[in-house]
Write a protein that binds this ligand. Structure first.
Ligand code: PMP
Length: 383
Protein backbone atom coordinates (compact mmCIF):
# COMPACT_ATOMS: atom_id res chain seq x y z
CA UNK A 1 0.00 0.00 0.00
CA UNK A 2 1.09 3.57 -0.72
CA UNK A 3 2.32 5.84 2.07
CA UNK A 4 0.02 8.76 2.87
CA UNK A 5 1.82 12.09 2.46
CA UNK A 6 -1.12 14.47 2.24
CA UNK A 7 -1.67 15.42 5.90
CA UNK A 8 -2.47 19.03 4.93
CA UNK A 9 -5.59 17.75 3.15
CA UNK A 10 -6.65 15.65 6.14
CA UNK A 11 -5.02 13.43 8.76
CA UNK A 12 -5.70 9.83 9.80
CA UNK A 13 -7.76 9.81 12.97
CA UNK A 14 -5.91 9.00 16.21
CA UNK A 15 -7.08 5.59 17.52
CA UNK A 16 -7.76 6.94 21.04
CA UNK A 17 -9.89 9.70 19.50
CA UNK A 18 -11.85 7.11 17.52
CA UNK A 19 -12.39 4.90 20.57
CA UNK A 20 -13.58 7.86 22.61
CA UNK A 21 -16.07 8.75 19.86
CA UNK A 22 -17.37 5.18 19.51
CA UNK A 23 -17.96 5.09 23.24
CA UNK A 24 -20.03 8.28 23.02
CA UNK A 25 -22.03 6.99 20.03
CA UNK A 26 -22.78 3.77 21.93
CA UNK A 27 -23.35 5.03 25.44
CA UNK A 28 -24.05 8.76 25.41
CA UNK A 29 -26.55 9.35 22.68
CA UNK A 30 -28.50 12.08 24.46
CA UNK A 31 -29.07 15.55 23.06
CA UNK A 32 -26.74 17.90 24.94
CA UNK A 33 -29.53 20.48 25.12
CA UNK A 34 -32.17 18.17 26.62
CA UNK A 35 -32.61 19.36 30.16
CA UNK A 36 -35.30 16.93 31.31
CA UNK A 37 -33.25 13.77 31.82
CA UNK A 38 -29.77 12.41 32.59
CA UNK A 39 -29.16 11.41 28.97
CA UNK A 40 -29.10 15.09 28.09
CA UNK A 41 -27.15 16.05 31.19
CA UNK A 42 -24.47 13.43 30.47
CA UNK A 43 -24.10 14.59 26.86
CA UNK A 44 -23.91 18.16 28.11
CA UNK A 45 -21.05 17.21 30.44
CA UNK A 46 -19.14 15.65 27.55
CA UNK A 47 -19.55 18.85 25.53
CA UNK A 48 -18.42 21.03 28.45
CA UNK A 49 -15.42 18.79 29.04
CA UNK A 50 -14.39 18.95 25.38
CA UNK A 51 -14.85 22.69 25.24
CA UNK A 52 -12.45 22.99 28.17
CA UNK A 53 -9.88 20.75 26.44
CA UNK A 54 -10.02 22.84 23.24
CA UNK A 55 -9.81 26.03 25.34
CA UNK A 56 -6.73 24.63 27.15
CA UNK A 57 -5.03 23.81 23.84
CA UNK A 58 -5.53 27.39 22.70
CA UNK A 59 -5.07 29.06 26.11
CA UNK A 60 -8.48 30.74 25.97
CA UNK A 61 -11.59 30.52 28.16
CA UNK A 62 -14.21 27.81 27.59
CA UNK A 63 -16.90 30.42 26.90
CA UNK A 64 -14.82 31.74 24.02
CA UNK A 65 -14.99 28.39 22.14
CA UNK A 66 -17.87 27.79 19.70
CA UNK A 67 -18.29 24.47 17.92
CA UNK A 68 -18.95 24.52 14.16
CA UNK A 69 -18.85 21.91 11.39
CA UNK A 70 -15.28 22.86 10.49
CA UNK A 71 -13.01 25.69 9.46
CA UNK A 72 -15.03 26.50 6.34
CA UNK A 73 -18.02 27.30 8.51
CA UNK A 74 -15.91 29.06 11.14
CA UNK A 75 -14.36 31.31 8.48
CA UNK A 76 -17.80 32.06 7.03
CA UNK A 77 -19.26 32.96 10.42
CA UNK A 78 -16.25 35.09 11.40
CA UNK A 79 -16.47 37.14 8.20
CA UNK A 80 -20.16 37.12 7.25
CA UNK A 81 -21.11 37.42 10.92
CA UNK A 82 -19.75 40.98 10.94
CA UNK A 83 -21.81 42.23 7.96
CA UNK A 84 -24.57 43.72 10.09
CA UNK A 85 -22.15 45.43 12.47
CA UNK A 86 -20.03 46.75 9.60
CA UNK A 87 -23.03 48.24 7.81
CA UNK A 88 -24.51 49.76 10.97
CA UNK A 89 -21.20 51.38 11.93
CA UNK A 90 -20.09 52.40 8.47
CA UNK A 91 -17.03 50.17 8.69
CA UNK A 92 -16.98 48.44 5.35
CA UNK A 93 -13.30 47.95 4.58
CA UNK A 94 -11.53 44.60 4.96
CA UNK A 95 -7.92 43.50 4.54
CA UNK A 96 -6.96 39.93 3.68
CA UNK A 97 -4.37 38.17 1.52
CA UNK A 98 -4.62 36.70 -1.95
CA UNK A 99 -3.42 33.29 -0.68
CA UNK A 100 -6.17 32.58 1.83
CA UNK A 101 -8.20 29.38 1.63
CA UNK A 102 -11.26 29.57 -0.63
CA UNK A 103 -13.54 29.55 2.41
CA UNK A 104 -12.11 33.00 3.16
CA UNK A 105 -11.61 34.27 -0.41
CA UNK A 106 -15.07 33.31 -1.66
CA UNK A 107 -16.68 34.74 1.47
CA UNK A 108 -14.80 38.00 0.79
CA UNK A 109 -16.26 38.04 -2.73
CA UNK A 110 -19.70 37.77 -1.16
CA UNK A 111 -18.96 40.72 1.10
CA UNK A 112 -17.81 42.76 -1.91
CA UNK A 113 -21.22 42.06 -3.44
CA UNK A 114 -22.71 43.35 -0.19
CA UNK A 115 -20.94 46.70 -0.66
CA UNK A 116 -17.74 46.08 1.32
CA UNK A 117 -14.35 46.90 -0.18
CA UNK A 118 -11.61 44.34 0.25
CA UNK A 119 -7.82 44.77 -0.12
CA UNK A 120 -5.97 41.56 -1.04
CA UNK A 121 -2.31 41.63 -0.04
CA UNK A 122 0.00 39.52 -2.24
CA UNK A 123 2.76 37.37 -0.76
CA UNK A 124 6.42 38.03 -1.44
CA UNK A 125 8.44 35.37 -3.30
CA UNK A 126 9.15 33.85 0.15
CA UNK A 127 5.46 32.93 0.32
CA UNK A 128 5.04 35.29 3.25
CA UNK A 129 2.96 38.41 3.25
CA UNK A 130 4.49 41.62 4.56
CA UNK A 131 2.86 42.56 7.87
CA UNK A 132 3.86 46.20 7.40
CA UNK A 133 1.92 46.30 4.15
CA UNK A 134 -1.12 44.82 5.92
CA UNK A 135 -0.94 47.36 8.75
CA UNK A 136 -0.34 50.26 6.34
CA UNK A 137 -3.68 49.52 4.65
CA UNK A 138 -5.70 50.02 7.85
CA UNK A 139 -8.09 52.98 7.53
CA UNK A 140 -10.69 54.71 9.66
CA UNK A 141 -13.43 52.46 8.22
CA UNK A 142 -11.50 49.16 8.44
CA UNK A 143 -13.71 46.51 9.99
CA UNK A 144 -11.64 43.37 9.76
CA UNK A 145 -8.23 41.91 8.96
CA UNK A 146 -8.30 38.20 8.11
CA UNK A 147 -4.99 36.38 7.60
CA UNK A 148 -4.16 32.69 7.78
CA UNK A 149 -1.51 31.37 10.18
CA UNK A 150 0.01 28.70 7.92
CA UNK A 151 -0.66 28.40 4.21
CA UNK A 152 -2.09 25.00 3.31
CA UNK A 153 -0.18 24.69 0.02
CA UNK A 154 3.28 25.98 0.93
CA UNK A 155 3.37 25.50 4.71
CA UNK A 156 4.65 29.07 5.02
CA UNK A 157 3.98 30.63 8.42
CA UNK A 158 2.45 34.10 8.06
CA UNK A 159 3.29 37.06 10.34
CA UNK A 160 0.07 36.86 12.36
CA UNK A 161 1.98 37.63 15.56
CA UNK A 162 3.16 40.98 14.21
CA UNK A 163 -0.26 41.79 12.73
CA UNK A 164 -1.97 40.91 16.02
CA UNK A 165 0.43 43.15 17.94
CA UNK A 166 -0.12 45.97 15.44
CA UNK A 167 -3.91 45.78 15.75
CA UNK A 168 -4.06 45.15 19.50
CA UNK A 169 -5.10 48.62 20.56
CA UNK A 170 -7.19 49.42 17.49
CA UNK A 171 -10.90 48.81 16.96
CA UNK A 172 -10.21 46.59 13.93
CA UNK A 173 -11.19 42.93 14.37
CA UNK A 174 -8.45 40.40 13.62
CA UNK A 175 -9.38 36.93 12.39
CA UNK A 176 -6.82 34.14 12.00
CA UNK A 177 -7.47 30.99 9.98
CA UNK A 178 -5.35 28.60 12.06
CA UNK A 179 -6.54 25.43 10.31
CA UNK A 180 -3.04 24.30 9.34
CA UNK A 181 -1.31 25.29 12.58
CA UNK A 182 -3.77 24.18 15.27
CA UNK A 183 -2.40 21.28 17.31
CA UNK A 184 1.06 21.88 15.78
CA UNK A 185 2.29 25.41 16.50
CA UNK A 186 0.67 25.19 19.92
CA UNK A 187 2.85 27.62 21.89
CA UNK A 188 2.82 30.15 19.05
CA UNK A 189 -1.00 30.15 18.86
CA UNK A 190 -1.30 30.46 22.64
CA UNK A 191 0.67 33.69 22.50
CA UNK A 192 -1.12 35.32 19.57
CA UNK A 193 -3.28 38.38 19.92
CA UNK A 194 -6.54 38.12 17.91
CA UNK A 195 -10.32 38.44 18.09
CA UNK A 196 -11.38 35.37 16.10
CA UNK A 197 -9.67 32.12 15.17
CA UNK A 198 -10.82 29.16 13.04
CA UNK A 199 -9.75 25.52 13.05
CA UNK A 200 -10.84 22.03 11.95
CA UNK A 201 -10.30 18.85 14.01
CA UNK A 202 -9.37 16.66 11.05
CA UNK A 203 -6.11 18.52 10.46
CA UNK A 204 -4.72 17.34 13.81
CA UNK A 205 -5.79 13.70 14.07
CA UNK A 206 -9.41 14.44 15.00
CA UNK A 207 -12.61 13.62 13.12
CA UNK A 208 -13.86 15.33 9.94
CA UNK A 209 -16.97 17.50 10.25
CA UNK A 210 -16.18 19.37 13.45
CA UNK A 211 -14.31 22.59 14.04
CA UNK A 212 -14.15 25.61 16.25
CA UNK A 213 -14.55 29.34 15.99
CA UNK A 214 -12.85 31.10 18.88
CA UNK A 215 -14.26 34.50 19.74
CA UNK A 216 -12.07 36.36 22.23
CA UNK A 217 -13.78 38.58 24.75
CA UNK A 218 -12.67 42.17 25.25
CA UNK A 219 -13.81 43.71 28.51
CA UNK A 220 -16.15 40.72 29.04
CA UNK A 221 -17.77 41.28 25.62
CA UNK A 222 -17.65 39.01 22.59
CA UNK A 223 -16.97 40.50 19.14
CA UNK A 224 -20.31 41.54 17.53
CA UNK A 225 -20.48 38.43 15.35
CA UNK A 226 -23.93 37.15 14.41
CA UNK A 227 -24.67 33.57 13.40
CA UNK A 228 -25.32 33.06 9.70
CA UNK A 229 -28.06 30.45 10.15
CA UNK A 230 -31.32 30.64 12.02
CA UNK A 231 -32.35 27.89 14.39
CA UNK A 232 -32.10 26.98 18.05
CA UNK A 233 -30.09 28.69 20.74
CA UNK A 234 -27.12 26.32 20.67
CA UNK A 235 -23.66 27.92 20.81
CA UNK A 236 -25.23 31.28 21.74
CA UNK A 237 -26.92 31.29 18.31
CA UNK A 238 -23.48 31.68 16.72
CA UNK A 239 -24.00 28.18 15.31
CA UNK A 240 -27.49 26.78 15.92
CA UNK A 241 -28.31 23.08 15.49
CA UNK A 242 -28.10 19.92 17.60
CA UNK A 243 -24.56 19.49 18.87
CA UNK A 244 -22.75 16.44 17.41
CA UNK A 245 -21.68 15.13 20.82
CA UNK A 246 -19.43 12.31 19.57
CA UNK A 247 -17.61 14.64 17.15
CA UNK A 248 -17.23 17.18 19.93
CA UNK A 249 -15.81 14.45 22.21
CA UNK A 250 -13.44 13.64 19.33
CA UNK A 251 -12.13 17.18 18.92
CA UNK A 252 -11.71 17.43 22.69
CA UNK A 253 -9.66 14.23 22.79
CA UNK A 254 -7.60 15.34 19.77
CA UNK A 255 -6.93 18.68 21.51
CA UNK A 256 -5.86 16.91 24.72
CA UNK A 257 -3.48 14.62 22.79
CA UNK A 258 -2.08 17.54 20.78
CA UNK A 259 -1.38 19.55 23.92
CA UNK A 260 0.45 16.59 25.43
CA UNK A 261 2.44 15.56 22.36
CA UNK A 262 2.94 18.59 20.12
CA UNK A 263 6.52 19.21 21.11
CA UNK A 264 7.62 15.63 20.43
CA UNK A 265 5.56 15.52 17.21
CA UNK A 266 7.10 18.72 15.87
CA UNK A 267 10.60 17.38 16.62
CA UNK A 268 9.83 14.20 14.73
CA UNK A 269 8.39 16.28 11.84
CA UNK A 270 11.73 18.14 11.67
CA UNK A 271 13.54 14.79 11.43
CA UNK A 272 11.18 13.62 8.68
CA UNK A 273 11.81 16.80 6.70
CA UNK A 274 15.57 16.15 6.91
CA UNK A 275 15.04 12.61 5.60
CA UNK A 276 12.84 13.88 2.75
CA UNK A 277 15.43 16.51 1.79
CA UNK A 278 18.29 13.99 1.93
CA UNK A 279 16.43 11.62 -0.39
CA UNK A 280 15.67 14.43 -2.83
CA UNK A 281 19.27 15.65 -2.78
CA UNK A 282 20.61 12.11 -3.27
CA UNK A 283 18.28 11.55 -6.24
CA UNK A 284 20.24 14.07 -8.30
CA UNK A 285 16.98 15.59 -9.57
CA UNK A 286 17.05 19.34 -10.13
CA UNK A 287 14.62 20.98 -7.74
CA UNK A 288 13.66 24.22 -6.08
CA UNK A 289 11.65 24.71 -2.93
CA UNK A 290 8.58 26.91 -3.23
CA UNK A 291 8.66 29.46 -0.42
CA UNK A 292 11.41 30.31 2.03
CA UNK A 293 12.36 27.31 4.19
CA UNK A 294 13.06 29.54 7.19
CA UNK A 295 9.34 30.25 7.48
CA UNK A 296 8.03 26.78 6.62
CA UNK A 297 6.21 24.56 9.13
CA UNK A 298 8.18 21.30 9.69
CA UNK A 299 5.27 19.14 8.49
CA UNK A 300 5.15 20.39 4.89
CA UNK A 301 7.28 20.86 1.83
CA UNK A 302 6.19 22.27 -1.52
CA UNK A 303 8.77 21.79 -4.21
CA UNK A 304 9.28 21.94 -7.92
CA UNK A 305 11.01 18.94 -9.52
CA UNK A 306 12.29 20.64 -12.63
CA UNK A 307 11.00 19.12 -15.88
CA UNK A 308 8.74 16.63 -14.07
CA UNK A 309 5.01 17.17 -14.63
CA UNK A 310 3.31 16.88 -11.25
CA UNK A 311 0.17 15.38 -12.83
CA UNK A 312 2.23 12.69 -14.61
CA UNK A 313 4.23 12.03 -11.44
CA UNK A 314 1.16 11.63 -9.25
CA UNK A 315 -0.43 9.17 -11.68
CA UNK A 316 2.79 7.20 -12.17
CA UNK A 317 3.58 6.88 -8.46
CA UNK A 318 0.14 6.34 -6.93
CA UNK A 319 1.14 2.89 -5.70
CA UNK A 320 4.00 4.41 -3.67
CA UNK A 321 2.90 7.79 -2.31
CA UNK A 322 -0.33 9.72 -1.82
CA UNK A 323 0.80 13.28 -2.55
CA UNK A 324 -0.83 16.34 -4.09
CA UNK A 325 -0.06 19.38 -6.18
CA UNK A 326 -2.22 21.87 -4.36
CA UNK A 327 -5.13 22.19 -2.02
CA UNK A 328 -7.63 19.31 -1.97
CA UNK A 329 -10.42 21.87 -2.18
CA UNK A 330 -9.21 23.02 -5.60
CA UNK A 331 -7.76 19.74 -6.86
CA UNK A 332 -10.82 19.02 -9.00
CA UNK A 333 -9.57 21.75 -11.30
CA UNK A 334 -6.35 21.54 -13.29
CA UNK A 335 -5.74 25.29 -13.08
CA UNK A 336 -2.25 26.11 -11.76
CA UNK A 337 -2.11 26.88 -8.03
CA UNK A 338 -3.25 30.45 -7.32
CA UNK A 339 -1.00 30.49 -4.24
CA UNK A 340 2.19 29.70 -6.19
CA UNK A 341 1.09 32.09 -8.92
CA UNK A 342 0.68 34.91 -6.39
CA UNK A 343 4.26 34.21 -5.22
CA UNK A 344 5.43 35.00 -8.76
CA UNK A 345 6.40 31.44 -9.67
CA UNK A 346 6.24 30.88 -13.46
CA UNK A 347 3.52 28.56 -14.72
CA UNK A 348 5.89 25.88 -16.06
CA UNK A 349 7.47 25.55 -12.62
CA UNK A 350 4.05 25.47 -10.95
CA UNK A 351 3.13 22.56 -13.23
CA UNK A 352 6.18 20.73 -11.89
CA UNK A 353 5.36 21.40 -8.24
CA UNK A 354 4.20 18.93 -5.62
CA UNK A 355 3.25 19.14 -1.96
CA UNK A 356 4.32 16.54 0.57
CA UNK A 357 2.93 16.71 4.11
CA UNK A 358 3.30 14.28 7.01
CA UNK A 359 2.39 13.80 10.62
CA UNK A 360 2.65 11.69 13.76
CA UNK A 361 1.65 8.43 12.02
CA UNK A 362 4.27 8.69 9.28
CA UNK A 363 6.50 5.61 9.40
CA UNK A 364 10.11 6.54 8.64
CA UNK A 365 11.29 3.29 7.05
CA UNK A 366 8.18 3.13 4.85
CA UNK A 367 8.70 6.78 3.92
CA UNK A 368 12.31 6.15 2.88
CA UNK A 369 11.36 3.20 0.69
CA UNK A 370 8.32 4.77 -0.96
CA UNK A 371 9.80 8.22 -1.54
CA UNK A 372 12.91 6.61 -3.03
CA UNK A 373 10.63 4.73 -5.47
CA UNK A 374 8.79 7.96 -6.33
CA UNK A 375 12.04 9.79 -7.02
CA UNK A 376 13.32 6.96 -9.23
CA UNK A 377 10.18 7.24 -11.35
CA UNK A 378 10.49 11.03 -11.39
CA UNK A 379 13.93 10.69 -13.00
CA UNK A 380 12.34 8.86 -15.91
CA UNK A 381 9.74 11.60 -16.33
CA UNK A 382 12.18 14.53 -16.71
CA UNK A 383 11.23 16.30 -19.91
N1 PMP B 1 -8.49 26.92 5.90
C1 PMP B 1 -7.38 26.26 5.56
C2 PMP B 1 -6.05 26.96 5.65
C3 PMP B 1 -7.45 24.92 5.15
O1 PMP B 1 -6.34 24.27 4.82
C4 PMP B 1 -8.72 24.30 5.09
C5 PMP B 1 -8.85 22.86 4.63
N2 PMP B 1 -8.12 22.55 3.49
C6 PMP B 1 -9.85 25.04 5.47
C7 PMP B 1 -9.69 26.35 5.87
C8 PMP B 1 -11.22 24.43 5.45
O2 PMP B 1 -11.32 23.38 6.36
P1 PMP B 1 -12.55 22.37 6.27
O3 PMP B 1 -12.49 21.79 4.89
O4 PMP B 1 -12.26 21.36 7.33
O5 PMP B 1 -13.78 23.14 6.50
Amino acid sequence: MAIYLDYNATTPINSDVLECMIDVYKNNYGNANSRTHDFGANANKIVANSRKKVADLLNVKSDEVFFTSGATESNNIAIQGLIKYGKANNKKHIITSSIEHHSVLHTMKHLEEEGFSVDYVNPQSSGRIDYKEVLSLVREDTLLVSIMHVNNETGIIQPVKEIGEGLKDSNVFFHIDATQSAGKLVKEIQELSYDMLSLSAHKFSGPQGIGVLVLRKKRYTLPPVKGIMFGGEQEHKIRPGTLPVALIAGIGKAAEIALENFSEEMNSAIEIKKIVMNLINESGLKYRINGCEDYCIPTTINLCLEGVSSEALMVATKQYCGISNGSACTSQSYAPSFVLKAMGIPEDLINNSIRLSWGPNTDISELKEMLFNLLEIAKGLVF
